[in-house]
Design a protein around this ligand. Structure first.
Ligand code: ATP
Ligand code: MG
Ligand code: MG
Length: 545
């Protein structure tokens, strides 16, 4: 690809390697298996796995499964499928839940050093006594418990003597710290929920800010890259590593998370769309999940290209969703075979074409490419309703109208003679004549007509369910719950026709429908008996920098 300047994380790694602080790079991608991955995760995947590739290092896949209530094996499977599909491979597949014993020992070490205490305040009381940016917090009355009492109580917490929320373990740091995260943060809580891997073995679970640095240190991660909201948590990250006396000392670096216009980017909200039946599932082609994008027809290369182009920044911003579309359009323009498909069919009869005759014409698979496929042609065709008007509205109208000529792509020049209408006055049939000598290679082939239309032949055309998509969110930035901002027209289903070549498609395969856009055979619902095509993107690029 194009040469770009090095991002700030690469500069840090370069400096670390040059100074001998590290002699290798080990990153990690740490999803919580509580939902499907989305395009924001794709950015973190491309970054972490990409850096590992670039520096000849490695990247671990680590499930951050420290929250038993929300996690599930279905999510674990989907995460692995998505990472592989994006084109990456992890060094080790690990689970934070495998380190629970280690984390427990680290917590005990903190207690013994007088750096952690069991607190009986409720979550509500802890929040209330935390203070604010301008006001220091209040020390817990349980802060002065003895080491022995804390060890005893923590052991009892582990043994299941207490109910959820009855007690927590807190780090003893500084209630007057200007950084709220350092004001005796909770590091263990009680939860009697069933864990997807450890079952009921554990009833105490480490909090993210305690667990994450320990996971990184345990694995020997060199560069732990996370999103900007954790910047203020970094002092706590370093505190945990230092006071637990970890052998490996990883460092945390923060980058701006990806936000996309008109796109819901939170697993919690995406889950609501699934649970409330707004979409057909996590892989609904309208979803910004990796599985949704895959089913929509996005290619892994286009998503990697997108992540490369948006780069790594230190300030949050919103990226235009049309840049993502631009990337897939560019990829498909180069690679997607061309077909003709008519989305809103209008019957066309060529009255001077012999009845009962059918010829096979050659159509290029790619413009200027070497391979072609055959397209049947005969007296009765479908064209696009949008390509016909009874009366041309202006001289600049280059589509079909009574008395006008157009070329049919890969075929002949035709002229519209007249129309047939139904009782309501709608045109139901367009009657044309053709110029038999106007086919490619024939004497009139070079005759100039302004418009070229796509078409399909009635007898052989394959009926197709065509799914057109729009953004899940309306364009206006109305306030309020995202459920009230949903676009009621995000899915439109048409009954169209596609040339017979489409029967050879494999589920998931992408095509360009000439003049219409990019479509793929739906990975779940497509079969030769029931052709279902998803619109990926239109042809026209509306993205501007
Ligand atoms: P969500 O808020 O959507 O639930 P999350 O951050 O809670 O996302 P995790 O499973 O914890 O989800 O994320 C795994 C990794 O992906 C984290 O390192 C996180 O920083 C990164 N990540 C998540 N969302 C984005 C995003 N929008 N842009 C960049 N990275 C992201
Ligand atoms: Mg998270
Ligand atoms: Mg989350």
């Amino acid at each position: 690809g194009a040469v770009r300047s090095r991002n700030f994380i690469e500069e840090i790694i370069d400096a670390d390697l040059a100074a001998g602080r590290h002699d290798h790079v080990l990153t990690r991608f740490p999803p919580e298996p509580n939902g499907y991955l989305h395009i924001g995760h794709a950015k973190a995947i491309c970054l972490n796995f990409g850096l590992a590739q670039q520096y000849g290092g490695a990247c671990n896949l680590r499930y951050d499964d420290t929250n038993p209530a929300k996690e599930d094996e279905e999510y674990v499977r989907s995460i692995e499928e998505d990472i592989h599909w994006l084109g990456f491979a992890w060094k080790n597949k690990l689970y934070a839940s495998d380190y629970f014993e280690y984390m427990y020992e680290c917590a005990v070490r903190l207690i013994k050093k007088g750096l952690a205490f069991v607190c009986d305040l409720s979550a509500e009381q802890i929040r209330e006594t935390r203070g604010t940016l301008t006001e220091p917090g209040k020390e817990s009355p349980f802060r002065s418990r003895s080491v022995e009492e804390n060890l005893q109580l923590f052991e009892e917490m582990r043994a299941g003597r207490f109910a959820d929320g009855e007690k927590v373990l807190r780090a003893k740091i500084d209630m007057a710290s200007p950084n709220v995260n350092m004001r005796d943060p909770v590091i263990y809580r009680i939860s009697h929920a069933e864990h997807h891997r450890t079952g009921s073995k554990w009833v105490i679970y480490p909090m993210y800010d305690f667990a994450h640095p320990l996971e990184d240190a345990y694995e020997g991660i060199t560069h732990s890259i996370c999103t900007l909201e954790f910047e203020a948590h970094r002092p706590l990250y370093d505190w945990v590593i230092e006071n637990c006396e970890c052998e490996n000392v990883p460092h945390q670096y923060e980058f701006a998370r990806l936000n996309l216009t008109r796109t819901i980017m939170s697993k919690r909200y995406l889950k609501r769309l699934v649970d409330e039946g707004v979409v057909s599932g996590w892989d609904d082609p309208r979803m910004p999940t990796i599985s949704g994008l895959r089913r929509r027809g996005y290619t892994p290369a286009s998503i990697r290209d997108f992540c490369e182009r948006i780069g790594v920044a230190k300030a949050n911003s919103e990226v235009d969703a049309r840049l993502l579309e631009h990337c897939v359009r560019e990829d498909l323009n180069a690679h997607a075979p061309r077909l003709m498909g008519v989305l809103r069919p209008l019957k066309l009869v060529i009255e001077n074409y012999p009845e009962g005759r059918r010829e096979m014409l050659a159509a290029e698979d790619l413009p200027g490419g070497e391979t072609t496929h055959e397209v049947p042609f005969s007296r009765e065709l479908y064209i696009e309703q949008d390509d016909f008007m009874e009366e041309a509205p202006s001289k600049k109208y280059f589509r079909l109208a009574v008395g006008k000529e157009v070329r049919l792509k890969n075929a002949y020049i035709i002229k519209c003679e007249r129309v047939e209408k139904d009782e309501a006055g709608h045109v139901v049939k367009v009657i044309c004549t053709y110029d038999p000598l106007s086919k490619s290679g024939d004497v009139n082939a070079g005759r100039k007509v302004k418009g070229t239309l796509h078409w399909v032949e009635c007898q052989t055309a394959v009926p197709a369910e065509i799914r057109l998509y729009d953004y899940l969110l309306r364009e206006d930035d109305a306030e309020g719950d995202f459920m009230e901002r949903l676009n009621p027209n995000s899915l439109e289903v048409l009954q169209g026709f596609v040339e017979p070549e489409v029967l050879k498609a494999r589920p998931g395969q992408q095509f360009q429908f000439l003049r219409q856009g990019y479509f793929c055979a739906d990975a779940k619902d497509f079969s030769p008996e029931h052709v279902v095509m998803n619109q990926i993107v239109g042809l026209k690029d509306s993205f501007s920098k």
